[in-house]
Ligand binder design. Structure first.
Ligand code: ADP
Ligand code: MG
Length: 536
């Protein structure tokens, strides 16, 4: 398997297995709301790690939902699930080099156990089922599935036995396992126990208290980071942590993180599960749309007591309580980012560089917060040098009488900076936003104005620059063309009659002789190109 070459830090396999075990316990608690019988006489979730140093084995067992035969084949037999697939594709694309770093950022889920084991046996019994199954593989592509006697299976849930490789035997030592669990899984909401030998009594490693129910003052930065890594699947530090309890009309807790680097699945349309919904500490779903789409980089959860535990997933989508929560959480997250922009500008710029192109989607998707999101946005401009400018900066420095915020959209900053369209603006000291994200063409044609100024493409219509003085000149120039230029214009119009709709003298140009512009009403040039590319 590729996994060998990929990981620089093999420890993460344990976090992946523990997180799957915890997910399985949470799924069971959810199903048990409608079918309490599933819990039988064992209502408390637990994860048990059993060490077997003599046998060179590590066993991870949970009493969660378990897997039927079909579920095993579906879940473990393929790596075609979105997260893993997206990851593997990136690894494939970067056969050398990037792999080791990547693994610092993402997990590959269940398959990561083949970094440390040359054989993995999974015995599982689905809650309520009469049968149990063994899935076994050496991680080289094949696997087998066979029935096992229920006496050899957990009463409910999944037991994963790792036959450790020669150089991975330390994963059967208490010291190593305990260290990893405390480091990486200390705040999994299911208690974790450890037994030093098969059959020996287990002691508790973590208590499974939900971190978000604690008060902020009792939580350390490390605890937040650890929890963030568990909930997000990221291996970096959060760039921003938002933790609050809302009281009053609606009661809920929210714990949300802005990742410190770009998750690899931001543009993967299948990938769900950015914000989890809990009701009274029971995990309900990660498909509740707790945040607007453009905040899909935010990871975390909301826990509320205002919804009934047996709320159906369909009901959730229509629930007015949920839309109130969604509004509250969205506001808090945006406010937190705004505060970051004021208090720690460099930290904010890192967030902006990673997620600015998504936040800008909000400018046309979230009408209510448009002004707020515009104010939060940062831009490269003809006046920004190596930094960024806000629209407030832009508006503060406009030329007298300047009614528009000028912009130029294109593929790259270098390309934009070399554009002849900018010449006239530069000569007059008029700032132009240089927009290079593909989302820019969309919001900018949608955003009506910022502080009373409308957005105007400098490649569209007439530039109206004649009223502004060039920097080395005393008087504004006249925009009417001299007679010999007019004669040339008439000539060009006639020659190009089938190609262009008009030919005009322009204040845009200083050094270049001609440039193409779009008409006043049609699409901006860059949007025109995108639409052509899309077959319009
Ligand atoms: P992910 O957790 O992102 O879905 P994984 O590769 O970690 O991806 O796990 C794949 C799937 O295998 C899970 O979604 C789940 O359906 C199943 N699975 C793994 N471990 C367990 C477990 N301990 N109990 C029940 N199902 C499990
Ligand atoms: Mg997993």
């Amino acid at each position: 398997m590729m996994v060998h070459s990929v990981y620089s830090d093999k420890d993460v396999f344990l976090r992946e297995l523990i997180s799957n075990a915890a997910d399985a316990c949470e799924k069971l608690r959810y199903e048990a709301i409608a079918h309490p019988g599933l819990l039988a006489n064992d209502p408390d979730s637990r994860i048990l790690l059993t060490l077997d140093a003599d046998g060179g084995k590590l066993v991870v067992e949970d009493n969660g939902i378990g897997m039927s035969r079909d579920e095993m084949i579906e879940a473990l037999g393929t790596i075609a699930r979105s997260g893993t697939r997206a990851f593997m594709e990136r690894i494939e694309a970067n056969k050398q080099g990037e792999g080791a770093q990547l693994i610092g950022q993402f997990g590959v889920g269940f398959y990561s156990c083949f970094m440390v084991a040359d054989r993995v046996d999974v015995i599982s019994r689905r809650a309520g089922a009469e049968d149990a199954w063994l899935w076994s593989s050496d991680g080289k592509g094949g696997y087998s599935v066979s029935p096992v006697d229920v006496s050899e299976a957990p009463a409910r849930g999944t037991r994963i036995t790792l036959h450790l490789m020669e150089d991975a035997k330390s994963y059967a030592s208490r010291w190593t396992v305990e260290r990893i669990v405390k480091e990486q899984s200390g705040h999994v909401p299911v208690p974790i126990k450890i037994a030093e030998k098969p059959g020996e009594e287990a002691t508790q490693l973590t208590d499974g208290t939900a971190l978000w129910t604690k008060s902020k003052n009792d939580i350390t930065a490390e605890e937040y980071t650890d929890f963030y890594r568990g909930v997000s699947g990221q291996y970096d530090e959060p760039a921003l942590t938002v933790h609050f309890r809302a009281e009053g009309r609606h009661e809920y807790s929210a714990l949300a993180f802005v990742p410190g680097s770009q998750p690899f699945d931001l543009f993967d349309p299948d990938r769900k599960g950015r914000m989890k919904l809990y009701v009274k500490r029971v995990f309900i779903t990660d498909e509740a749309d707790l945040l607007p789409r453009y905040l899909r980089f935010v990871r975390g959860l909301v826990d509320t007591a205002d919804l009934p535990l047996n709320v159906s997933r369909e009901m959730i989508q229509e629930s007015p309580i949920l839309s109130a929560i969604r509004k509250g959480v969205t506001n808090r997250i945006i406010t937190a980012i705004e505060k970051q922009a004021e208090s720690d500008h460099d930290a904010f710029l890192k967030i902006w560089e990673n997620f600015g192109s998504l936040i800008k989607e909000g400018i046309y998707e979230d009408f209510e917060r448009r002004a707020q999101l515009l104010a939060l946005s940062r831009f490269r401009t003809t006046a920004s040098a190596d930094g960024y400018r806000s629209l407030a900066d832009y508006v503060k420095d406009v030329k007298e009488g300047q009614q528009a915020i000028y912009y130029l959209v294109g593929g790259s900053l270098e390309q934009l900076k070399a554009s002849p369209q900018l010449e006239g603006f530069r000569a007059r000291g008029i700032e132009v936003l240089l927009l290079t994200d593909s989302v820019d063409s969309f919001w900018v044609t949608n955003a009506p104005e910022f502080e009373g100024k409308s957005f105007k493409s400098i490649t569209q219509g007439s530039a109206d620059l004649a009223q502004f003085k060039k920097q080395d000149e005393d008087k504004p120039e006249s925009s009417t063309a001299p007679a010999e230029v007019q004669a040339f214009i008439d000539f060009a119009k006639e020659k190009l009659a089938d190609e262009v709709s008009d030919v005009r003298a322009s204040d845009r140009l200083i050094e270049s002789a001609v440039c193409l512009v779009a008409s006043e009403r049609g699409y901006d040039r860059q949007l025109e190109k995108i639409l052509q590319g899309a077959g319009r």
